[in-house]
Write a protein that binds this ligand. Structure first.
Ligand code: MG
Length: 407
């Protein structure tokens, strides 16, 4: 969703981004009832606000976390942090909130300037389902955009009711906007200068200021805790998941050439792999593994080799589609493991690059990608250097699909 037609936004490498997270936990949470303000209530065994901290704090590119809390609560916050193992850390800074959300966010963003980060993520503490991968996806979008937020397609039927009666509203192209909302630092600092009391969220401000903004895929688990029932619903989404495993296998033969593509990485070799697409045997096996885990057929069903549009296609297209199908089923990839079987080329020198490119296409952390290689002791077609085989396993978590029933 690009809102600025003529806006120029210089492209930057997302790995050069250092971010500060502003965790907004200053509300009274009156609609959630209960004895405690909702950010302190227990959620799967932790105070709600604590659950989001590791996704920021444990991210390689994080330089600081600003916790915006209700006035007078700094000791309470410190106690919770200590109980969760965050002790006297200069990367975690507390700041008192203001009289409303806008005011609190403004204070948090002001405080974040002390970290000199080049990007800022603003997150509602009442969304405890945050994961490290969500942060990575947002930072990736800041490569080309000034701001990004998770957006979840609306699946319920929508009605507009007024004095004129009830009419249907198309849900096509409609999204629920979640947090964290990520911005290049200079952009959010600029926007906050003239922030109005009534601003709903920072992404809306950026959009209204015609900044170049986009949406990443949202998640049910990023839903906000607002009403009493939300606690048990979100707990059940996060804990009622089922784990699926899929297996993939592929072979491509060598033909005349000087380069093979494995996991999106070009590797010089005395031959190339024969195939309709870029013949990336590793990503083909991985695509099949992911499709297998969600019982969605195989790569040939989705991308028939007879279809000329896939001729020479980069296999990232297939993998991206498999990832999209997982998300469609309200799932996410936990980890993948690929084994390449060949005598040559040597895979090891390229392994880090292959892990990085696979993690990037799947939108998961590199620690969730494993790539290995083996020979067959010169036995079989791999041993005779006639081609390369690849095996892959994908481990996928499908979250509770209650919302399907109401769609
Ligand atoms: Mg293939």
């Amino acid at each position: 969703m690009e809102t600025a037609e003529n806006n120029y936004c210089p492209i930057i490498d997302h790995t050069s981004l250092r971010f500060v997270a502003v965790l907004v936990a200053a509300g009274k949470g009156t609609r959630a009832e209960g004895d405690l303000p909702k950010q302190y209530r227990s959620f799967l065994g932790d105070p709600v606000f604590i659950r989001s901290i590791p996704a920021f704090y444990n991210h390689d590119q994080n330089v600081g976390v600003v916790i915006v809390h209700p006035s007078g609560d700094s000791d309470r916050i410190k106690q919770y942090l200590q109980a969760s193992g965050f002790i006297d850390d200069e990367r975690i800074v507390l700041t008192e909130g203001g009289k409303n959300r806008t005011d609190s966010v403004k204070k948090g963003i002001e405080q974040s300037k002390s970290f000199n980060a080049n990007s800022v993520l603003v997150h509602d503490a009442a969304r405890p389902g945050l994961r490290l991968e969500d942060v990575t996806s947002l930072l990736k979008e800041l490569e080309r955009y000034e701001g990004a937020a998770p957006g979840l397609p609306v699946t319920d039927s929508l009605k507009h009711q007024s004095e004129q009666g009830i009419r249907s509203v198309s849900r096509e192209n409609l999204y629920r906007i979640q947090t964290p909302q990520a911005f290049r630092a200079e952009v959010i600092y600029d926007l906050v200068e003239d922030i109005k009391e009534s601003a709903t969220d920072e992404f809306t401000l950026a959009e209204q200021a015609k900044r170049l903004v986009t949406l990443t895929g949202g998640h049910e688990r990023l839903s906000k805790l607002t009403y009493p029932d939300d606690f048990k619903n979100l707990e059940s989404i996060l804990s009622n998941s089922e784990t699926r495993v899929g297996l993939g296998y592929d072979v491509h033969a060598f033909e005349n050439g000087d380069n093979v593509t494995l996991c999106g990485v070009d590797i010089p070799h005395i031959a190339k792999l024969k195939g309709h697409s870029d013949a990336d045997v590793a990503w083909h096996a991985l695509t099949d593994a992911i499709l297998g885990a969600i019982s969605a057929g195989d790569i040939g069903d989705h991308f028939p080799p007879s279809d000329p549009q896939w001729k020479g296609a980069p296999s990232s297209v297939f993998l991206t589609e498999a990832k999209r199908l997982v998300r469609d089923q309200k799932g996410e990839i936990i980890n993948v493991d690929i084994t390449l079987i060949c005598e040559a080329p040597k895979v090891n020198p390229h392994r880090t690059a292959m892990i990085r490119s696979t993690a990037e296409v799947l939108g998961i952390d590199a620690s969730r990608v494993s790539i290995k290689a083996t020979t067959t002791e010169r036995l079989g077609f791999e041993g005779r250097r006639e081609g390369i085989a690849a095996q892959a396993v994908a481990n996928i978590r499908l979250f509770s699909r209650q919302s399907d029933e109401t769609a």
